[in-house]
Design a protein around this ligand. Structure first.
Ligand SMILES: [Zn+2]
Length: 182
C-alpha cells in the first residue's frame, strides 16, 4: 500500500477537523491528527484562528494532557507544518521536539516566511510524506484572499492558491478546443 493510500483515512479526518476553524480568515484552516503505528488516532487538533495555537500544537498538547508520548507517532496534517515564528512558534520544531517519527501533509505551505517546514523536518531525520488528499486539502483551507492581501509572510499565496484544480493548461480558457471534456 502506498503512503498516500495508507494515510488517506487519517487525512480525511484531519480535513474534517480543519472545518472547525473560522470560516474566513487570514490564516488557512488546518487540521491535524496524531496516529500510532496501528493507524489509531490518539490526539487531534485544529487551528482556531490567527493568534491561537496551530493545529499541530493543539494536537501535541492534547496528547500530553492524556499522558501519551509522541515518540514514534505519525502527525497527519492538512497543511505543511510551518517553519516561522510569528504569534506562535514554528510547528516543525514543535513536532521534532516532541519526538514525532513521521509527518504526512496534504498541501505545501506557500508562505514565504512560513514555508520550508518539510525541509526542517527532513533534516531532523523525520520521514515526510506530502500530497496526500491534496485536492481536498486545497479546497478545505477557506483562506480569505481579500483579507489576506498584504499580510506579511503570505505574498505569494494568491497565485499559488488560485491555480485551477482541473489540470487544464494554465493559459487555456474553459471550453477552449483541446481541453478534456468533463
Ligand atoms: Zn504552525
Amino acid at each position: 500500500m502506498t503512503a498516500q493510500a495508507l494515510f488517506a483515512p487519517a487525512m480525511v479526518r484531519a480535513l474534517e477537523l480543519a472545518q472547525n476553524g473560522p470560516e474566513r480568515g487570514i490564516n488557512p484552516r488546518v487540521g491535524c491528527v496524531l496516529v500510532d503505528s496501528s493507524g489509531t488516532i490518539v490526539a487531534d487538533g485544529w487551528h482556531q484562528g490567527s493568534g491561537t495555537p496551530h493545529a499541530e500544537v493543539m494536537a501535541l498538547t492534547g496528547l500530553r494532557d492524556k499522558g501519551i508520548s509522541a515518540a514514534g507517532l505519525t502527525a497527519v496534517v492538512t497543511l505543511e507544518p510551518c517553519a516561522h515564528t510569528g504569534k506562535t512558534g514554528p510547528c516543525a520544531t514543535a513536532l521534532i521536539d516532541a519526538g514525532i517519527a513521521r509527518v504526512v501533509f496534504s498541501v505545501s505551505d506557500p508562505g514565504v516566511g512560513s514555508g520550508g517546514g518539510a525541509e526542517i523536518l527532513r533534516s531532523a531525520g523525520i520521514d515526510v510524506v506530502s500530497g496526500v488528499e491534496e485536492v481536498a486539502g486545497r479546497e478545505g483551507q477557506a483562506v480569505d484572499h481579500d483579507q489576506m492581501g498584504d499580510v506579511a509572510g503570505w505574498p505569494s499565496c494568491r497565485s499559488r492558491w488560485h491555480e485551477p484544480v482541473d489540470h487544464r493548461p494554465r493559459n487555456q480558457a474553459p471550453g477552449a478546443s483541446g481541453s478534456i471534456p468533463s
